[in-house]
Design a protein around this ligand. Structure first.
Ligand code: CTP
Length: 413
């Protein structure tokens, strides 16, 4: 239909980028049928993309949103299967960058030039949609071959310099598809990292790319690659990617898997990005932490919470020999009272293996723990202010340790 509308307005219309890549991948892997065709579609028009977008939205009775600064618009359309399809429509353009790391300025252009300015060859193919030439693959730069051979290749030497977020995109696509960044591209990538181009990008754009990496099915692969290529060091100053850190990160993903399967309520409001940073930044000096926290828009209490877990963890390490003390569930209550979910999960990463089962048992129990008496009951019995809180905590600990059974609380007051 989009091609037909293109004909009606006399414009060349193409579907481009990730959609074409995934379509070709899906066709090539038809035998295992695991890849599905995506529902986000990027369309490029040779001519006025906004005019075209408005026309399409009207014909399809779809929702239309315009981004005039970038000569682009988006259409949201419900298809036959009741799925929302998002179609982003752009005017064919030559983007040029006045400063490294900034968003591009846009100049009108043709499809070939438009494709040439894109990140990697695998993302730089288009399929024509106009009726009459529908389905013709536009492959100007041997892109299909790279896709078949599993290569991530930049199209022009300054690609990473002009848009350093592509450094992270290269890693994401490489690990997602099990491809390889080809040698010349890798050299250019390393140069851009080394020369500090990642530092020129706003924290928000970096954060968006990192969050996308963490949404991939196996994010650890990409994290390891980023560690090896010193990307982590350039993203987070004074953060050295070491084998110890890598082990902790691996453990984080295991622990998160455990929580998801067994203690899912603790994942409430927890962002994987924050958890990964807890682990990654645990040895980073406080001065640097402040800068990093500001740069990436971390929550106000991020550093304080991180320090708190570190403190508790080192206290627990000292108590390790006192088995009687540490194997009581009330011990974890004392240590983690007031912790947020993110802190509870980070602590699980740091705890020695021998304590983990007990800790999980504690989390399971405290989650469901409900006292059969309240502060009001204590007030009636003559307790006051702080005494009430202390008594309630004492009762909670007894319940946790199994020293009293649920329902027996009233015997203690
Ligand atoms: N693109 C680019 N440079 C960037 C970001 C995007 O050249 N820094 C181009 C690529 O051609 C890409 C297209 O814009 O294919 C759309 O970008 P995006 O939606 O971010 O990525 P997809 O390729 O669709 O990947 P994904 O499957 O992760 O959505």
């Amino acid at each position: 239909l989009i091609g037909l509308y293109g004909n009606e307005l006399g414009l060349n219309v193409y579907v481009v980028g990730g959609f074409v890549r995934d379509l070709l991948l899906a066709i090539n892997s038809k035998s295992n049928g695991t890849k599905s065709i995506p529902y986000d579609i990027d369309v490029v028009v040779e001519g006025d993309g906004l005019l075209f977008g408005k026309y399409v939205a009207k014909q399809l009775r779809a929702k239309y949103i315009e981004h005039p600064k970038f000569h682009t618009c988006s259409i949201f359309y419900r298809n036959g299967e009741n799925k929302i399809i998002r179609i982003d429509i752009a005017t064919a353009r030559t983007e040029y960058y006045e400063e490294a790391g900034e968003l591009p300025k846009v100049e009108l252009s043709t499809i070939k030039k438009d494709l040439y300015r894109r990140d990697f060859s695998i993302n730089a193919m288009a399929i024509k949609l106009n009726s009459g030439s529908f389905g013709i693959l536009m492959d100007f730069f041997n892109c299909k071959k790279d896709l078949e051979e599993g290569k991530i290749r930049i199209l022009y030497p300054l690609s990473f310099i002009e848009d350093p977020t592509r450094i992270l995109r290269a890693i994401r696509f490489e690990q997602r598809f099990g491809f390889e960044i080809e040698p010349n591209t890798l050299t250019k990538l390393e140069e851009a990292v080394e020369k500090g181009y990642l530092e020129k990008v706003t924290g928000m754009r970096i954060r968006e790319e990192l969050e996308k990496i963490l949404e991939e099915p196996e994010p650890m692969k990409a994290v390891k690659r980023m560690g090896k290529l010193k990307i982590i060091f350039h993203l987070f100053e004074k953060t050295y990617y070491s084998p110890t850190l890598e082990k902790d990160l691996e453990k984080l993903f295991d622990v998160k898997g455990y929580f998801k399967a067994n203690l899912p309520s603790y994942l409430n409001k927890v962002r994987l990005f924050h958890l990964v940073l807890d682990v990654l930044l645990q040895y980073t000096p406080e001065e640097s932490l402040k800068k990093i926290s500001e740069r990436y828009g971390l929550p106000k209490d991020f550093i304080k919470n991180l320090m708190q877990v570190k403190k508790v963890y080192s206290e627990i390490s000292k108590d390790l020999n006192d088995k009687e003390k540490i194997l009581k569930l009330s011990y974890f209550y004392e240590k983690t009272n007031g912790f947020q979910n993110e802190q509870l999960i980070f602590l699980a990463v740091k705890l020695p293996e021998e304590l983990l089962e007990k800790y999980y048992e504690y989390l399971r129990k405290i989650e469901k723990l409900k006292l059969s008496i309240t502060g009001k009951d204590l007030l009636k019995k003559g307790y006051e202010g702080v005494q009430i809180k202390a008594k309630l905590e004492e009762i909670k600990k007894k319940l946790l340790n199994g020293e009293i059974q649920p329902g027996e609380e009233k015997n203690l007051i």
